[in-house]
Design a protein around this ligand. Structure first.
Ligand SMILES: Cc1cc2nc3c(=O)[nH]c(=O)nc-3n(C[C@H](O)[C@H](O)[C@H](O)COP(=O)(O)OP(=O)(O)OC[C@H]3O[C@@H](n4cnc5c(N)ncnc54)[C@H](O)[C@@H]3O)c2cc1C
Length: 287
């Protein structure tokens, strides 16, 4: 029996960046991650494009609820990561708020942490506003991007809320007025924001594959002794993540699943700094 081009590409992506198209794939891969002493951070793929369709939004909410229940049933210790546009932001903030609350409530009952992913800069205000209304539960965290000039102020403001932050460089295209456009500036700002987290936060996650930033975080950790964890994307530097986990560091692996993989794959392709690196990460999983 022949397979379609879509099935072929999905199968090739599965096992590399994405767990696979189904919930079953996500749970299976999550188990493998756990067996290597790391924690999965599971994301159901789907964002901006098509998210002004109420049916799709409803389907995303139901999938997350099913995921939470399956994680609990399979005793998977980990978190889920949701995108505001996927939960209805493009329809209305109110709808997003209701959906997010429902998911957080369900997750809280099962002891599962919920991360709010950060998307394009035009959605940052709403995402932060949403987070502030839920931060008290202590079972949610928010992603902050070092490519945005505003992030320094956001980190300052959120520290007053006892927030849990996951720091990333940012996967979206910067605009010169609001963002840093060179890689060097983005990394420099990452280092600055990371120091702020060590100085003023209790609990946070350093989400990067950049060895320089990870080494610097380890030095700061020795000095500040904070509740710090590291996070990487599934399929990028897996070997490095596993070696850190074996040394006793808390490692989270961002694990996407689902059929809407195009935007996600596009961002990862853009980030691979050279083709050889990309091929290495695809073939060996150990780059
Ligand atoms: C757990 C997690 C959650 C994230 N959540 C968000 C989010 O909510 N919002 C958001 O905007 N971004 C998010 N990102 C993506 C992030 O913003 C960056 O786009 C991505 O992590 C690449 O940046 P870097 O920090 O690894 O640094 P880079 O400087 O891009 O990369 C450092 C090194 O990592 C390796 N590497 C990086 N990417 C690749 C690749 N595609 N293929 C092969 N090697 C690679 C290379 O060795 C490279 O030199 C997340 C990242 C992680 C790890």
């Amino acid at each position: 029996m022949g397979i379609s081009a879509r099935d072929f590409i999905e199968r090739e992506m599965a096992g590399r960046w994405i767990a696979g198209p189904s919930l079953k794939d996500a749970i299976e891969r999550a188990r493998q991650i756990e067996s290597k002493r790391m924690e999965p951070m599971i994301n159901y793929l789907g964002e901006a494009f098509g998210s002004n369709d109420r049916k799709k939004v409803g389907e995303a909410v139901r999938t997350y609820e099913e995921l939470i229940s399956l994680m609990a049933k399979n005793r998977i210790k980990g978190s889920i990561a949701v995108k505001p546009t996927q939960l209805g932001l493009l329809i209305s903030y109110g709808l997003l708020e209701r959906n997010y609350s429902e998911i957080v409530k369900e997750a809280e009952k099962r002891g599962i942490f919920v991360w709010l992913d950060m998307e394009e800069s035009k959605y940052v205000d709403d995402t932060i506003k949403l987070y502030k209304t839920h931060v008290k539960s202590r079972t949610t965290g928010i992603c902050i991007q070092s490519y945005l000039k505003r992030s320094e102020n956001d980190i300052k403001a959120l520290s007053g809320y006892n927030a849990v932050v996951r720091l990333v460089k940012g996967a979206y295209k910067p605009e010169p007025e609001t963002g840093f456009t060179s890689r060097a500036e983005v990394t420099e700002n990452y280092a600055r924001l990371m120091r702020m987290l060590f100085e003023t936060y209790k609990k946070f996650t350093i989400a990067t594959h950049d060895t320089g930033m990870i080494t610097e975080a380890m030095k700061l950790e020795k000095r500040y002794k904070k509740d710090v964890s590291f996070a990487m994307l599934n399929g990028i530097r897996n070997g490095y993540a596993e070696s850190l986990a074996s040394k006793g560091y808390n490692i989270f692996i961002y694990l996407p699943f689902g059929r809407e993989w195009v935007s996600y794959a596009y961002r990862r392709l853009r980030e691979a700094s050279n083709f050889l690196l990309l091929v290495r990460s695809i073939l060996s999983q150990n780059a």
